[in-house]
Design a protein. Structure first.
Length: 346
């Protein structure tokens, strides 16, 4: 789950790097087309400078929390300043019937709050902002015209609705993300990142069905790490787990598009390839050499034994796996660190 969070943070970082220049450009354009200098324009400048600084921070390896909270604080300050300026300058002093255009940015601030904070914290922040925007209007409510009151009520209701929608969208997003994570990990071996046995069974059934229907051919490569129990006994299970992870990385580097890789169980792995038997034997040979030439750190050199079987007309997943398994154990019996793929061993 730590790696998942890291990937999510990196995605957020990329989004910020793309979106912040757009927001900065809109703020800059707003400053250019506004002739009069007001308090809200000063806050606009501060917000623009803050966004530029935070955009620079997102390029660094600093935790996301620092620039995120800075942007959120500046955004909240902007909204509070905007409502004060709109209420006391635009409405009361100049008689304008409606609040300013700053309300266009309010949904962004609400979304940003739910993106940065935990759900309950974001709700508290949104309703605190709502109360702070209502409070200045209470003493002067009687001095406002009907259109001004309607405009303020619309503003307050909009903030409430945005918060309500963001809250439930956040719940739906989290549940969807959790469902996808559960589905993903239901098919993934947690240690190596390869497919687990459940997923492999599905792949084999699909491949056999496709071969029967379309006349296509494919092959299965089974391999088992040699003397792996000795690695665990001598160096401990932590080292053994590290060997399996490294081995999985080596295999993935050797595989081409469409070749499927999974952990069959323990230190035994499987590859499903669309190659016919000769091509699959050649692939197994490259894997055998790559694993045997790799130095696995504390465990040193570790090898693997391979068995290869090609799909035959009328095959079932069980018969195909049995042939590959027999050939793999033939490799074990005849010296290990080798590939067996000839039908003669049967």
């Amino acid at each position: 789950m730590g790696s998942e969070q890291k990937r999510f943070d990196e995605q957020k970082r990329r989004v910020y790097l793309f979106v912040l220049p757009i927001i900065a450009a809109s703020l800059g354009l707003n400053l250019l087309i506004t002739e009069e200098v007001r308090l809200v324009q000063v806050i606009n400048i501060i917000l623009l400078l803050g966004i530029i600084v935070c955009w620079g921070l997102f390029w660094t390896r600093l935790p996301l929390t620092v620039p995120e909270l800075t942007i959120l604080a500046l955004s909240l300050l902007y909204l509070l300043t905007a409502i004060l300026s709109s209420l006391f300058v635009d409405m009361l002093a100049q008689g304008k019937p409606r609040v300013g255009d700053f309300i266009l940015y309010m949904p962004l601030v609400v979304v940003l709050g739910f993106l940065i904070l935990e759900r309950k914290q974001a709700v508290v922040a949104s309703f605190t902002l709502l109360l702070l925007m209502i409070a200045p209007a209470i003493p002067v409510w009687g001095s406002l015209t009907n259109s001004q009151i309607e405009s303020l009520i619309t503003l307050y209701v909009s903030l409430f609705v945005y918060t309500f929608l963001a809250y439930f969208l956040h719940i739906l997003y989290r549940r969807r993300a959790e469902q996808r994570a559960i589905a993903r990990f239901a098919y993934i071996d947690a240690l190596t990142g390869a497919a687990n046995r459940h997923r492999i069974d599905e792949w084999l059934a699909e491949k056999v069905e496709q071969a029967d229907r379309e006349g296509t051919e494919f092959s299965v490569i089974l391999f088992d790490m040699d003397h792996f129990k000795q690695v665990n006994d001598r160096y401990g299970h932590k080292t053994g787990d590290d060997v399996l992870r490294q081995m999985a990385d080596i295999v993935r580097m050797q595989l081409g598009p469409g070749e499927l890789f999974g952990r069959w169980g323990g230190e035994e792995f499987i590859i499903i390839t669309d190659e016919e038997l000769p091509g699959a034997v050649a692939l197994a040979g490259r894997l055998c050499e790559a694993i045997g030439s790799h130095h696995f750190g504390k465990a040193g050199k570790v090898t693997a034994s391979f068995g290869v079987a090609g799909e035959l007309p009328g095959d079932t997943p069980e018969r195909l796996l049995n042939r590959a398994d027999e050939r793999m154990y033939h490799s074990k019996r005849t010296g290990r660190n080798r590939v067996t793929g000839e039908t003669a061993v049967e």
